[in-house]
Every structure is written in structure tokens, then in C-alpha cells.
Design a protein around this ligand. Sequence first.
Ligand code: XIL
Length: 355
Amino acid sequence: MLCRRLFLLLKTVVILLALGQAAAGQLRSLADRAGILLGTAVRSERLSEPPYSSTLTREFNMLEPEDAMKWFVLRPNSQTFDFGPADRIVAFAQANGMKIRGHTLLWARQNPQWLLDGNFREKELLEILKAHITGVVGHYRGKVFAWDVVNEAFDESGNLRDSIWYNQPGIGLAEQRTAYIEKAFRLAHTADPDALLFYNDAEGETMNPKSDAIYAMVKDFRSRGVPIHGIGLQMHVASDPRPNIASIRDNIVRLGSLGVQVHITELDVALPVDAAGLPLHNTDLTVQAAIYRELLRACLEQPHCTAFQTWGFTDRYSWLQSSSHGSRGAGLLFNRQYRPKANCAAIRDELRRGR
Ligand code: XIL
């Protein structure tokens, strides 16, 4: 009797392990077949860790540097560029046949101190921005296929956020609202006419005042021939409250009506976690997988939703832990030991169903 029970238990464990393994190792080829880019943010300093790099090349067909293309990394001072960490990611992606998204050319945050403390006048800032966009986009011309040109320019009410580039003091276009954003897009387009240019933001995924403002800007830009080709929906969501998928779908649909692509750019589904970063409630993992499934389905349903990217891929390295001071995490596809979570099976099933 005991023997039989043990045998059944062993059998169940073997089947569960096999299911887990089946979910892993297939995402990349299934994404290729479904005609969608499946991406993740990466940290250059982790590429030397074998489980990190092998999971990347096995499961993803697109990468984006998590921090390495931000001003604070690229620009140690006003004269020079440090392309080292970003170049390592680009070389890794190229060696493994993966697409590369660039992030980000203009943002109010993660700027170097010399820029913030420089007391630059508007004209000087415009020159600094020009040199930056020209230098960075030029360096990665033909390698980075899509850029987040501008990141997080709107607040929750749909007003433009104060920033060094907009109005403090700005590049001389503060009176004309989104003109400073337009300027950045025009500079990037000149530096690489073949790159796809995206506006990227958080919390503008559903229909709300922020996404209304983004929609209005894209409509205006498109009507005047400003080179904008896509919108990035960051998608930092949580298991509770669950994201409003119907509203996200409506927003993806309306952006498509303007003729731009949509990329999900920074997806993670935050869970309450314990001090070790493990989920407090195992049932949350089921909810999380359902959210991954529904979001991927909402994207696959729309032909102009062309990329589905998570903000990291292993719960071992995720910005959620630090940004929530340890209270939330476990938001990604693989656990801290690189084992596929139920999320992977959900993604695999949807990719199999295709568009
Ligand atoms: C985060 C990174 O993940 C962290 O490593 C870094 O310390 C802070 O920035 N929105 C964005 C991303 O556009 O660049 C941010 O990335 C997360 C929020």
C-alpha cells in the first residue's frame, strides 16, 4: 500500500517536472512561429553567469538593456560616451541572432549629476541633447532596430511632467508643450532613418487620462509627419488589483488605428513576497499565470502589437525587490533558480494558439 502510494507520488512528480521542462526551452521558437518578438530586459554584468545567458538565448528573440543605455551609464561626463556595458549586450544579442531595443534617449530620471548640476541654459541643453541622440543612435545604427526615444513624459492627469528637458529650464520649447518630444524624435530619425521610434510610458496601459494624452500626441504627430512609429506600454502590473485587460485591449486597438505599432515593454506582475523574495501565497502564482496569458492574448489579437517584453526574466534579478523595499517581487517568468513558473506554460500555450 505504502509502496503504491510512493510510486504514484513519484509518478506525479515526474509528470510535473516534465511539464515544467516542456514549458521551458520552447518559448523562443514558438514566438518566432507566432510572429511576435518575445523580449526581456538584461543586465550586462550578469551575462557571464551561465544559467542567465543560456536561459536568455534559449527563450527570447529580443533583448533590451535594463540600464546600460541610460544617460547615467552612457555619459560619465559631457564630452565622452561609455558604450562598454551596452556594447556587451549588443554583441551578445547579435552573436545569438536576437533583436535589440534601445532604452532610452530622453528621460527626466537616471541622468548624471554633471547634467543636473551644470546650470546649463536652454541653448546649451539643446546642443547637449543633440550630441547625445546623434552620438548614441549613430553608434547603434543598424544594430538597435527600435528606440524608446522619450520615456515617461506625462503624469497621471495627462499633463507634461516637469523636467530638465521640458521646462527646467528645457531646450527652449516649453511654451509649445510636446514640441520638445517632437524634437527628440526628429533628431533620432535623422541619426538612423531606419530605426523604429517609440514613445514609452508607465500607467498609460488602460484607457485613462494619461493614455488619452499619449493618444492625442501620437495623433498630432502622425498628422504632421513627425517620425513616430510605436508606443511602448511598460505594463508594471500586480496580481492585486488585477489589471483591467479589456481596457488595455481598447487602448491597444485605438493606438493601432493611428497606424503605430504597440510594444509591451516592461511587463512584470508583482506579488507580495517574504524576506527571501518568495511569494507569500502560492495561489498568487496561478493568478499571475492567468494575467500573463490574458495580456499576451490581448497583444496577439492585434497584428500591430508586435513585441511582448518582460522587465527581466528571473525572479533572482528584478527591479521589483528594490523598488518596493522588499515587499513585492516574484513577478517574472522564471523563479530564482531559473525554473519556469506556471507563467511559462501560459505563454507557451498562447504562442501555440498563435495570433
Ligand atoms: C529601472 C531598472 O530596472 C533598475 O535597475 C534601475 O535601478 C531603475 O530603473 N520604468 C523604466 C525603466 O522605464 O527604465 C525602469 O528601470 C523601471 C521603470
